[in-house]
Ligand binder design. Structure first.
Ligand code: ACM
Length: 540
């Protein structure tokens, strides 16, 4: 009897606390306490904002107007309503992005150490609002939330090198990242099959490089073609507009300009950039293409520095992604010019040359106050079965302040890299590639990803600054097909990036997701019929 008396309340408490997490908020906040009472937002409710939060106040005002047709006034002082306050002390406790959200009968208050934190409080509030179908009032049940993210880097990557999607689609994706508190839009703007960014000094990059005459369809070995040209690029003015849109939503844009491989579209525009000298037009097939920049030619460095200079001028981010993945070394191996360059510079192999090149670019970016990021091939490890081991003998080492974007190879390489002092963004392909089918990455597998590999010593954990999920575009010309790959997995990755390990729970996530699925459907976002592991198991 005695035991039951103790155990039952504990079980009840446990049950209540886990029910308590079913708030509808994704990503799951750090601490949630359900409270009595509820706050009703009517047309008479005011938003009461301190000076620093006026932009946040008008963002909230806009949201309530667009989503619920409620026109609230913004006041600087006094009274009850939705209160937005900066409290610098909270930055120590909850970090730069954390916030406190409290709802009771008399008020809603959101406070944080920074305006970014207050913004995220507003985003959580947005997911808590329920609408009374009879009188149109908006009600929010009593709650107290203290929240902050597990990682500072919570990225979504869009590959537009393969298929251009355009401003409206990008903004639609940025809106969904906002709702999920994702803060890095990694914009893959150049690849073999397309150059999508206006560079004023080199107009042919877009005059030539943004159009291909045809596209391979049907998969890697397919001989089928679309028989239609594909074209598109962003002017710098359009990019500025997208940057401003992202900035209003606390999203940093990291542009990716691929080098020295995945560069055929640039080489088609300016053939002297290439090593082989055979590219005459933007390639129409996908896959790993043979040519790379001729990194022994000083004109190529001058070109890349001029391009990066415009990129640095355009994008406010102080990190630039330079790709660096999947360089096929045959072109460099059969070029006499490159072989001489390797000898003259005391290098040992094509991989050594790759590091030499990457460090020069890194140096240029550093001198201009920027930090380089690249896929993990830039470390010089052999992560591809098609590379000859002798091509991978390296003496050079990658500049230590490089941000390494891990996607390929044994997860032990992450441990090795952080032990050597590199910061890592973990986008391990088997868990985070959105172009992979739901059969290979069902929602639950996406959710289970831990950017910190098992067994990594705790002292290195903060070297993993976060993770990304990547929407590669080779086979996905249509936006609706792309959306089916992105949603709902984006929500799982948001929780991977934000939610503390102690709070991650797939069943709670899955139940919170229902509300989001309804929201997405009502917004016309295309969703797949099946996305859960159970569906695929049933099919067997
Ligand atoms: C990559 O998937 N090639 C980074």
């Amino acid at each position: 009897m005695k035991n039951i008396r103790i155990v039952l309340p504990l079980v009840l408490l446990w049950a209540l606390s886990s029910i308590g997490q079913n708030t509808g908020i994704i990503p799951q906040p750090l601490r949630v306490d359900l409270k009595d009472g509820k706050y009703i937002i009517t047309s008479k409710t005011s938003i009461i904002s301190d000076g620093p939060n006026l932009e946040n106040a008008s963002y909230l005002q806009g949201l309530l107007k667009v989503e619920y047709q409620k026109e609230l006034k913004i006041k600087r002082k006094g009274g009850k309503g939705i209160i937005l306050t900066l409290n610098p002390k909270l930055a120590q406790k909850l970090g730069e992005e954390g916030y406190v959200l409290k709802v009771d009968n008399s008020a809603i208050s959101i406070s944080a150490g920074t305006t970014t934190g207050v913004f995220y409080g507003i985003i959580s509030l947005r997911q808590l609002i329920g609408e009374d179908s009879k009188n149109g009032n908006l009600s929010i049940s009593g709650i107290s939330i203290e929240d902050s993210p597990r990682f500072g880097w919570r990225a979504f990557m869009l590959d537009e090198g393969r298929y251009f999607k355009g401003t409206q689609q990008v903004k639609k994706l940025l809106d969904q990242m906002t709702l999920l508190k994702m803060n890095v839009f990694h914009w893959h703007l150049t690849d073999d099959q397309g150059w999508r960014l206006e560079i004023k000094k080199y107009p042919k990059l877009t005059e030539v490089g943004s159009t291909r005459n045809n596209s391979q369809i049907g998969g890697w070995d397919s001989v089928e073609r679309s028989n239609t040209p594909h074209h598109g690029y962003y002017t710098q003015e359009e990019v500025k507009d997208i940057i401003a849109y992202a900035d209003e939503r606390q999203i940093t844009i990291i542009p990716e300009i691929e080098m020295p491989g995945h560069a055929s579209a640039a080489i088609a525009a300016y053939p002297w950039l290439g090593t082989i000298g055979e590219i005459k037009e933007v390639p129409t097939v996908f896959g790993k293409l043979p040519d790379s920049f001729n990194v022994s030619d000083p004109r190529v460095y001058e070109f890349l520095e001029n391009v990066l200079s415009e990129v640095m001028e355009l994008f406010p981010s102080n990190i630039i992604h330079i790709g660096g993945d999947e360089v096929k070394f045959e072109a460099w191996k059969s070029s006499e010019e490159i072989q001489n360059f390797i000898n003259d510079n005391g290098l040992t192999s094509p991989a050594d040359l790759h590091i030499f090149f990457t460090n020069r670019i890194s140096n240029y970016l550093n001198q201009n106050g920027h930090r380089m990021m690249g896929w993990n091939e830039i470390l010089g490890e052999n992560v591809h079965e098609w590379q000859e081991p002798t091509d991978m003998e390296v003496k050079k080492s990658l500049a230590k302040n490089t941000l390494v974007h891990f996607w390929k190879g044994n997860l032990d390489l992450v441990s090795k890299a952080v032990e050597e002092g590199y910061d890592i963004v973990n986008s391990y392909h088997e868990y985070t590639y959105l172009d992979y089918s739901y059969k290979s990455i069902p929602l639950e597998k996406a959710y289970s990803f831990d950017p910190i590999p098992e067994g990594l010593e705790e002292r290195f954990h903060d070297k993993i600054i976060g993770s990304g999920c990547q929407m590669w575009g080779e086979w996905i010309p249509e936006a609706s097909d792309m959306e089916k790959m992105v949603f709902p997995r984006l929500a799982a990755y948001a929780e991977v990036g934000w939610t503390s390990k102690t709070k991650k729970d797939y069943s709670v996530f899955r139940s919170n997701l229902n509300q989001l699925l309804i929201r997405w459907r009502s917004q016309g976002i295309s969703l797949p019929d099946k996305f859960e592991k159970v569906n695929f198991e049933e099919k067997k």
